[in-house]
Write a protein that binds this ligand. Structure first.
Ligand code: SAM
Length: 144
């Protein structure tokens, strides 16, 4: 399940929704009014998609974790696993994506079981969130 829980740009939600469809994952989104419109605009698939509308992101992550899900943050972090070393998921996995400007909020970091980072050798400091999420979703799904 892809979880862009603090989104800023609707276009990224549409892109992630298409990747979710491609790898057989669902998308979890927060209860912001503008999110539904963004998903409708971004859903070029024209068929039903799997979208979970969650309540409070922190409470939802905590509940998922207690219920046995593996909560995997996608973030550049010292202790993060490199994408190439990330195994395919063997149980329910929540792929948590950060805010486009601020990343994953500090209060959510201790709800992560692990973090994965995508190595970068260029001059940019980070990837677009939908690109980063798509790469990780393919790896988690075992399709790469
Ligand atoms: C544009 S980045 C956020 C950059 C922000 N300035 C920061 O310091 O975290 C938005 C999100 O994309 C994901 N992301 C972008 N590049 C990444 C990378 N190389 N490895 C892992 N996650 C990445 C993370 O989920 C991040 O929170």
């Amino acid at each position: 399940m892809a979880a862009p829980l603090w989104p800023m740009h609707g276009a990224n939600l549409g892109t992630l929704l298409r990747t979710c469809d491609a790898v057989g994952a669902c998308l979890a989104v927060p209860p912001f009014d503008w999110v539904n419109g963004a998903l409708e605009r971004g859903n070029t698939l024209r068929h039903p998609t799997c979208v979970h509308r969650i309540g409070s992101p922190l409470r939802w992550l905590d509940r998922e974790r207690r219920a046995g899900a593996h909560v995997l943050g996608v973030e550049l972090a010292d202790e993060a696993i490199r994408l190439a070393d990330l195994p395919a998921a063997r149980r329910r996995t929540i792929v948590v994506l950060g805010h486009e400007a601020d990343g994953i909020p500090p209060e959510a970091l201790n709800l992560l079981d692990a973090a994965v980072e995508i190595p970068m050798v260029g001059h940019g400091l980070s990837l677009n969130v939908a690109v980063a999420g798509s790469l990780v979703l393919y790896k988690v799904a075992g399709l790469l």
